[in-house]
Write a protein that binds this ligand. Sequence first.
Ligand code: VGL
Length: 199
Amino acid sequence: MKAKKALVVVDLQNDFCPGGALGVREGDLIIPAVNKYVKLFLNKNLPVFVSRDWHPKTTKHFQESGGPWPPHCIQNTRGAEFHPDFRVPGQAIILSKGINPDMDGYSVFDAQNEQGKFFEDMLDEMGVKELYIGGIATDYCVRMTSLDAINKKFKVHVLVDAIKGVDEEASRRTIDEIVAQKGNLKTYSDVSSELSDGF
Ligand code: VGL
């Protein structure tokens, strides 16, 4: 059977969690919820995509090259590793973004798997039409990914109990923006009953 729904976990990496180079306050608190979602999707044989920021040492994304951010998530460093409490299963499809030094790579739609295949091409091949999106940060990569997905005509569900933002006000605005564009807000109980109702 072709998969219709998929989970996307955005950038749950050490550098975006407390103590990291760009640590989001309480970013690690969403990890238990994310782990539950991962289990739920795998139990239903639905695809789980896990993105990571995966920057070269020098990129226009970093302040020293005129970008907005201090260095973070540099390829093959501890800061770029997934948080140790995040249980990334073997079946997860890992997507890397921000590899190109000329691109920021906020959206998971800019990400590729190990073979260089882009996220959207994978979704099309798998017949995925609906995305359940969680992770870090609400006001940056979760935002860009969700809005891209909506623009590309995917049905989008933002997992409000499994996201964390850099700035509270900007995160609230992000949620409003996503709702205004017909994205849905979901919690674990919504999703678990939805997935049990057949799909
Ligand atoms: C992100 C800031 C800079 C994110 C990435 O993953 O939300 N935020 N780079």
